[in-house]
Ligand binder design. Sequence first.
Ligand SMILES: C[C@H](OP(=O)(O)O)C(=O)O
Ligand SMILES: [Mg+2]
Length: 342
Amino acid sequence: MTTHLSSPSQYLDLLSKYDTWMFDCDGVLWNDDHLIDGAIEVLKLLRTHQKQILFVTNNASKSRKTYKKKFDQLGVEAHVDEIFGSAYAAAVYISSVLKLPKDQKVYVIGMNGLEEELAEEGVAYLGGTDPADNTLSFTPSSVFSPDPSVSAVLCGLDLSLNYTKLSKAFTYLHTLGPKCHFIATNLDSTYPAKGGILPGAGAVMAGLRVASGREPVCVGKPEATMLECIKAKHDFNPERTIMVGDRLNTDILFGQRGGLATLLVLSGITHLEEVAGPNPSPIVPTYYTNSLGDLRAAGGSQNGSKIGNGFVVNGNGHALNGNGHALNGNGHVLNGNGHVLN
Ligand SMILES: C[C@H](OP(=O)(O)O)C(=O)O
Ligand SMILES: [Mg+2]
């Protein structure tokens, strides 16, 4: 059973319940470079309450360092060691879980964020943003001769996807068979962009999955690898940790599998009907609300200020009714001492 958050006291309750707040990025903090209204204020509110903040994104287009620049540009306080992306998770997986021998290489379908994280982890790679692979001209007669040192194919969001990359990645998977690891940064079918949605990493690698007949190992949400990367760097109590996301089959499932509470926001991929019915998803978040900005109500917003859901709140964070009387979480009118008026 999920709880729809709608009153200041419910948001306040969330603040007291959880010490560690893990945030998905696309669809929660921003859509492309368009900040979600109130996101900055809520993150500041959480930091003033000494909450542990972590960012957990499936978007493999940027490295942690490049994400830090995006946070800075958007005015969102974030520290590199708080940022976990699927590009980082993929590099750690290859170096520390697969323990790919140093003389072996990874063929990459992906962007420079993925290459930066592989390089940081000392993983040799080819493909990716190499100009020789980023060409639209292809000679179908010639199947290229694979690099004998390649023993893994890694696929992530690639805005420059083309047939050359697809055919090279396929050739490694097809000729080497099970000896060639097939790894996906994430399988998101789409991602939220300003004004709509666009094909995600899952769509980028669909052709490779069909042609090779193989399913990749996914390192991004909802899989555990990302949480293992976080645990390797940060201590936190799962029982007092909440994962905030916009996609049920990645963010919310990731939280559930990690034993975390989950808060779904409707500012990205998921629509209200998928959580409130009439035919809700079997993936049920602990809580849901319209947008991260709704949590401003937990901060004792300035008297009379509007918050998410259209509530006007007083200085104690209590919503006001049409006559300016404060209400509790159940909508009962409170007296000046916060007691319910009979
Ligand atoms: C949508 C996803 O990013 P996230 O929502 O995990 O930040 C992605 O860009 O594939
Ligand atoms: Mg998202």
